[in-house]
Design a protein around this ligand. Structure first.
Ligand SMILES: *Cc1c(COP(=O)(O)O)cnc(C)c1O
Length: 361
């Protein structure tokens, strides 16, 4: 059996208690038992999403909803804010869905500048904007509050915000900031196995969807809304993950949402301190650095692949050796999910032991 401690930025470690919750026997997805399970998740989900709107559960990974949102909302043209692998990919996905689209591209690791977004939107060409809040490939967190302030000036532009790797790590008040569609996935900071996407849709986004044809079926927001009213999902959902979700939400509420945010910040700082102590730099600027993971710039020119491999083989710890075009030029360490000061210190002492032979003399 493979038994690695995962410190890659998703999937992350899943606790034994979460797996246990998943082994609750399945029930019919139109039964009162299911409705009870679904509805008991809602109040906690709405607390976490900071919204009065319903929170939907999609049996898919996050990309399903990321693609689906475009099919539901775009009639004119989508502007894709691009600053890393996931946000860049969204442009490609929009094109494959047959949508007219433009990039707002910045260098990987840089943030999306609200002023630049404003000048692009002022052209009046766009009716949807996509943005990845926390660009996991670069460990960069966009200034979402400032970006949402700009979007409020354009009431005809629907915002679709990917919070896949920042959800439950930092506060993201959906209603207060006026986010139209917010989405996340189960396998990142929520520390569940992959397979469930969670999303919430504003009233004005529903109004848009009502005017859009060819929304398809599986990700049709209006199907989600009408089924939600009955405490159900449009099609048979991944029931074991919904049991896991119910357990996870209770655990989060017990910890306290603010405590959870603070814990992530504290753990992230421990990793940052280690990075600096070795003479490494961060890929993004400090002020835009993610709180869920650390993307280290390989400014010391070490053999990243060798370091990652040795850590995995000798210490049974898995970190990431860099994503796509910045593979080897960066490496990434996750502090998402159920990590604690002890578990992060354990990671660091193991990295310390392994890295010495890779550092320049
Ligand atoms: C992991 C990730 C995704 C993709 O999620 P899937 O579950 O593979 O669909 C999308 N966006 C961000 C920011 C991610 O970190």
């Amino acid at each position: 059996m493979i038994d690695y401690k995962l410190h890659i930025p998703g999937p992350v470690n899943v606790s034994a208690e979460t797996y246990k919750a998943m082994s609750t026997p399945v029930m019919g997805h139109r039964s009162t038992d299911f409705v009870e399970l679904y509805q008991s998740c809602q109040p906690n989900l709405q607390k976490l999403f900071e919204t009065k709107d319903p929170v939907f559960l999609s049996t898919s990974s996050a990309w399903g909803v990321m693609e689906g949102a475009l099919r539901n909302l775009c009639q004119k043209k989508v502007l894709c804010c691009m600053c890393g692998a996931f946000s860049d990919k969204w442009l490609d996905v929009a094109k494959r869905a047959g949508k007219d689209t433009d990039p707002l591209q910045v260098e990987w690791g840089h943030h999306i500048d609200p002023e630049e977004l404003k000048s692009r939107l002022s052209t009046g060409e766009y009716d949807v904007v996509t943005l990845v809040h926390n660009e996991t490939s670069c460990g960069m967190m966009n200034p979402l509050k400032e970006i949402m302030e700009v979007l409020q000036e354009f009431p005809d532009v629907i915002s679709v915000i990917d919070t896949v790797s920042s959800f439950s790590v930092v506060p993201i008040p959906k209603d207060e900031w006026g986010i139209d569609v917010i989405l996340t996935g189960s396998q990142k900071a929520l520390a569940m196995p992959p397979g469930l996407a969670l999303f919430s849709v504003s009233e004005r986004a529903f109004q848009r969807a009502e005017q859009v044809e060819d929304r398809g079926y599986y990700f049709d927001f209006l199907e989600f809304r009408s089924n939600h009213a009955k405490g159900m999902t449009p099609s048979t959902p991944v029931i074991p993950l919904i049991h896991a979700l119910n357990y996870t939400l209770q655990k989060i509420i017990k910890e306290g949402i603010e405590n959870r945010h603070n814990r992530h910040t504290e753990l992230n700082q421990i990793v940052h301190k280690w990075v600096a102590s070795k003479g490494f730099e961060l890929l993004p600027k400090q002020e835009f650095s993610s709180k869920s993971l650390t993307c280290v710039r390989n400014n010391l020119d070490i053999d990243v692949a060798g370091f990652v491999k040795t850590l995995r083989e000798e210490k049974k710890i898995s970190i990431d050796g860099g994503y796509g075009k910045i593979k080897g030029k960066t490496f990434r360490i996750s502090n998402m999910g159920d990590e604690t000061v002890d578990s992060i210190n354990h990671l660091i002492s193991n990295m310390d032991e392994v890295i010495s032979s890779f550092l320049p003399a």
